[in-house]
Design a protein around this ligand. Structure first.
Ligand code: HEM
Length: 531
């Protein structure tokens, strides 16, 4: 049959030589253009599936949309590969989805995955004045020292020193909820109280400073700037990180916004450090990281490194803890969550018949199995950092016949792994604290033995979250006091969204920002509550 292609070939054959050369030139230019616009930092990785449909220049960025975790989870199911490669503009990335593969990638290749990629907007613009946070630092001696100092401050052994802080900050949640909800009769949004709780904790550790007012101006400025910067760290918000030509667009909005936020952040970081300097002068400083360094008790770290540690701890806690705790309170306050609350309360009473005494001295001891189970389930179900923090390989990683070369970006889809039905069972998509418990007799619970890595929300391996211990303690302490005092109920007019994807109001942010909701509920007792 005389096809269209054959007719074209005939015409070219019959055409004068000049036309043939023009057509060949055009074709060659098109091929070169396609190659140039599809070029990636790391060449195609053989024996590792690539998701189809990558476009020149953009790669898979447009298909990924705002919610990378959910789209990658869908691709895993659609194409049947838990580990695959994609293209973010000019950057090749390997995405890991199932729980077993995420664990194997992070734990078995711990040293090979110790690095973090550097990105134009976050590293080149926002961090140009105060250095990188630990979570965004490439691996070098300075990062090793900063991580070591942070891990020491946040270690299990140090927790007993922070008891007064846990006491004061968790007490303030209840004190102000009692006041603002008019003893439980008015519905309130709990998020601002929890944000202050998380931020005051890290500010106390770093600067020995706290703010008593929920709507303190400085406290809200730190939270607003931090959330806005979290947006500028995600791939979906920053095409210019992966498509370099976009950086040269005049009046680049992203760069201008980054500079504005950098300026605002520098102001409050300097203010906090100057306050510590003043307190040292007047002898009123509190034990904290920056005072210790400013007084030269610790000489290994430079001023920029100290600033970076403080910035890492402050930004590490202020959205992750509220994201997890507020969403968990949302799940507990629904009609289905009432049963969990009741059982948690009974378990608290079972372990502490004298609740008044426990409220004062045992609230942070993490001894009530049911509460520990709620903390774990909150971490798993609400994966606040859905794509974790990006990693970069420092050496080859051998993966089922493929060789992922050094300097490749690796993205851990913690949201997909945390809801993997093959690992967590058919109810992986349901909030159920009891998956972590054995009911040994009626209403008596025992925690199941931990398999080592409960879930992926804190990462794993060489760059896992050093704040995991203090985070669990903070969530436990707040829940202990809150559930001892209140029966929390969701508002009917403004209830929580408890879907593990949809609870997040801004899916493109690096850390989830839960949709706001109101809660009400009756107070159980105030016998043991100190005014
Ligand atoms: C629910 C609370 C939290 C969650 C879900 C969380 C999650 C994470 C995740 C996913 C990572 C990256 C892990 C990896 O690459 O494997 C990380 C790193 C980090 N987190 Fe957390 N975090 C939480 C609380 C905190 C707190 C309270 C602090 C500090 C006070 C903190 C400080 C850090 C630091 C400094 C890093 C960087 C570690 C490194 O790159 O070496 N985090 N966190």
């Amino acid at each position: 049959m005389y096809t269209l292609l054959e007719s074209w070939m005939d015409r070219i054959w019959d055409a004068p030589l000049g036309y043939v050369s023009i057509l060949t030139g055009l074709l060659a230019t098109l091929i070169i253009l396609f190659k140039l616009t599809s070029h990636t930092d790391i060449p195609y990785i053989c024996n590792l599936p690539e998701i189809p449909g990558a476009l020149p220049i953009f790669g898979h960025l447009l298909q990924l949309g705002d919610d990378h975790a959910t789209v990658c989870e869908k691709w895993w199911r659609q194409y049947g590969h838990s580990v695959f490669q994609i293209r973010l503009g000019n950057t090749r990335a390997v995405v890991v989805n199932s729980f077993a593969d995420c664990k194997k990638m992070l734990v078995s290749n711990s040293q090979a995955l110790i690095d973090r990629p550097t990105l134009y907007t976050f590293h080149g613009v926002i961090s140009s004045t105060k250095g990188f946070t630990i979570g965004s630092s490439p691996w070098d001696d300075s990062c090793r020292n900063k991580r070591k100092a942070a891990s020491t401050t946040l270690s299990k052994a140090m927790m007993k020193n922070y008891y007064p802080m846990f006491d004061l900050e968790s007490y303030c949640i209840l004190r102000d909820l009692h006041r603002d909800s008019k003893t439980g009769s008015v519905e309130v949004s709990i998020r601002p109280y929890i944000q202050r709780y998380a931020l005051n904790t890290t500010l106390t550790l770093c600067y020995g400073i706290r703010m008593d007012e929920v709507y303190d101006t400085l406290l809200r400025e730190i939270l607003n700037v931090g959330s806005a910067i979290s947006l500028l760290r995600s791939a979906s918000e920053n095409y210019q990180d992966y498509i370099p030509i976009l950086r040269y667009i005049p009046n680049n909005e992203k760069t201008a916004r980054s500079k504005e936020l950098r300026g605002r952040r520098d102001i409050y970081l300097d203010l906090l450090l100057n306050k510590v300097r003043e307190m040292i002068k007047t002898g009123t400083d509190k034990p904290c990281i920056s005072a210790a360094i400013l007084k030269d008790q610790e000489t290994r770290l430079t001023g920029v490194e100290v600033g970076s540690i403080c910035l890492s701890l402050v930004s590490g806690g202020f959205e992750t803890i509220p994201g997890t705790l507020v969403s968990c309170i949302g799940s507990l306050s629904t009609p289905a969550g009432q049963a969990f609350q009741e059982r948690a309360y009974e378990d608290i009473r079972k372990h502490y018949p004298d609740l008044k005494e426990a409220w004062a001295t045992e609230f942070e001891k993490e001894k009530v199995p049911y509460l520990n189970a709620i903390v774990k389930e909150a971490g798993r179900y609400y994966t606040v950092s859905s794509m974790s923090l990006p990693r970069k390989t420092v050496s080859d990683v051998h993966w089922n016949g493929a060789v992922i070369p050094a300097k490749t970006m690796v993205l851990i889809n913690a949201q997909a792994g945390n809801h993997d039905v093959e690992y967590f069972g058919p109810d992986a998509g349901t909030f159920n604290p009891e998956r972590w418990l054995d009911e040994i007799s009626e209403k008596a619970f025992e925690e199941k033995a931990s398999p080592g890595l409960d879930h992926l929300s804190f990462g794993a391996g060489s760059r896992s979250c050093p704040g995991a211990i203090i985070a669990s303690k903070l969530i436990y302490s707040a829940l202990f006091r809150l559930l001892s005092l209140y029966k929390i109920e969701a508002s009917e007019s403004n209830p929580p969204n408890t879907d593990y994807v949809e609870y997040n109001a801004i899916k493109s942010a690096l850390v989830a920002i839960p949709r706001d909701f109101n809660r009400g509920g009756e107070e159980r007792t105030r016998d043991f509550y100190k005014e």
